[in-house]
Design a protein around this ligand. Structure first.
Ligand code: ASP
Length: 457
């Protein structure tokens, strides 16, 4: 069984739906494996639905209604271009029900002038429902053995709207009962990424960009042979190609390397995607719908790569907090007090460096920063620096082999490195620079580590 997840740009318009269908047909024929297709909403639609909901919250009903009409027109255009007349009416009446429901929801929000997370999930989940209904109708019109499965019947979650946590036992049990038998009969399953439902059947979402995560969870639940994440680039790249045009795709990475890259800004994969795949040791392949013959990037448990660095990722918009305390000299429990403050305000820390009397750390969620700062001031002198970037170099054996730090410092000799975290992990060196210096630093590091033959092919 093959899980094939297609992102929003892969279903941006009618011709792209056709490309997706052809890719699925070709891959499943060549591999002899039955596909389970997970789709995102058409590109931009989730944002547009959220905008609609916000207009309604601001009680601007006419703007919300106009935006909803735009969304509807975009989907109906695809239906007209894609679906043969014989199957069109049935699909259009199904979509009409969804749009009427959306319209009623928006009216309710307009009257109340209030948008709860639960209501927002009810609205933002619709993009995936629409795209999968259209794709299913198209696949059936092409005589594929397609079955539409509403993800809310299998992806049971808690009630944490907006970032709901899936119940893996239920997912596994329901996938076995709802899906496995159909797939054994050779049926293609078409379902939504991103969405789920509570035990009471209330719609939830797994967080923005969560379709990759859905695909990986479902892949693990059905013990898929491979999870394919189809996107619009040729896989994970040695650096962001918009910034470093000579960046090239990385042929294979370990799950751990991929997790570090995803977490530190390689947008090609949602960071949570990797965990379910690791647990079941299912290979994940990142592929490009615009260039389906390219090999992409394969994520596996172990690789035989030997190059020092596999890729460079970057996360901008970080904030560093420097805490300096004379009381820390020879004292125990100081770090525990610092971490406790962040834990109480549910703010996760990314990078930490310490010296005898100081702690420096970075965060990217500033919601609780004023309260955190206030409490930290009880412990020592606090300085906050905004507009920083974390650059992560991901590779191998940093703790065991010499020379990496030297090459990093040499490459960045005339740039100001604000923090460096080396040794926390054997596969990651992270640096903090200003947002402004970050692009230049990435270019310099890329040419230091990749301009020679030290490139994976
Ligand atoms: N459509 C959702 C989003 O834009 C989920 C996804 O595409 O992964 O966040």
């Amino acid at each position: 069984m093959l899980v094939m997840k297609f992102g929003g740009t892969s279903v941006a318009e009618a011709s792209r739906f056709k490309d997706v269908f052809n890719i699925v047909k070709h891959r499943s024929t060549v591999s002899g494996k039955v596909p389970l297709i997970v789709l995102s909403a058409m590109s931009g639609i989730t944002n547009e639905l959220i905008d609609c909901a916000k207009c309604a919250q601001a009680s601007d009903h006419s703007l919300a209604a106009a935006r909803l009409t735009d969304i509807k027109d975009r989907h109906y255009e695809v239906v007209e271009d894609l679906i043969p007349l014989s199957g069109r009416d049935q699909l259009l009446s199904a979509l009409e029900i969804d749009f009427n429901r959306l319209s009623i929801l928006l009216q309710g929000i307009t009257y109340l002038g209030e948008l709860s997370k639960r209501s927002l999930d009810a609205i933002s989940s619709c993009g995936e429902i629409l795209s999968t209904k259209i794709f299913s109708a198209y696949a059936i019109s092409q005589k594929a053995p397609a079955v539409y499965v509403d993800a809310r019947t299998i992806m049971l979650t808690n009630e944490d709207y907006g970032k709901a946590i899936p119940n893996l036992e239920e997912l596994s049990a329901r996938s076995q009962s709802e899906i496995a038998a159909l797939m054994k009969e050779g049926k293609w399953i078409i379902t939504q990424g991103f969405i789920g439902a509570t035990a009471n059947g209330v719609t939830t979402t797994l967080g923005r960009g969560g379709s990759d995560y859905s695909a990986s969870l479902i892949g693990a639940a059905i013990n898929a042979d491979e999870i394919q994440i189809w996107t619009d680039v040729d896989g994970m790249m040695t650096a962001d190609p918009r910034l470093v045009p000579e960046a090239i795709p990385v042929a294979n990475v370990t799950f751990q390397e991929a997790a570090e890259l995803a977490y530190f800004g390689a947008k090609v994969l949602h960071p949570l995607t990797i965990k379910p795949a690791i647990e079941k040791n299912i290979p994940v392949r990142i592929l490009n719908t615009l260039n389906p013959d390219s090999a992409g990037t394969l994520l596996v448990e172990k690789t035989d790569n030997t190059e020092k660095i596999c890729a460079i990722a970057c996360k901008k918009g970080q904030t560093a907090i420097f805490i300096n305390s004379a009381r820390m000299l020879m004292a125990s429990g100081f770090l525990a007090q610092v971490f406790n403050i962040f834990a109480r305000y549910e703010t996760s820390i990314d990078l930490i460096t310490t010296s005898e009397v100081s702690v420096s750390l970075t965060i990217d969620n500033l919601d609780k920063l004023p309260q955190i700062e206030e409490e930290l001031k009880q412990l020592g002198e606090v300085t906050v620096l905004n507009d920083l970037a974390i650059i992560a170099l991901v590779g191998r054996n940093f703790r065991e082999e010499s020379g990496t730090a030297h090459r990093i410092f040499k490459a960045l000799a005339d740039l100001n490195i604000i923090m460096i975290s080396f040794g926390a992990s054997n596969i990651n060196v992270s640096l903090v620079l200003t947002n402004q210096d970050a692009d230049r630093a990435i270019k310099l590091l890329h040419s230091e580590f990749f301009s020679m033959a030290a490139v994976r092919s």
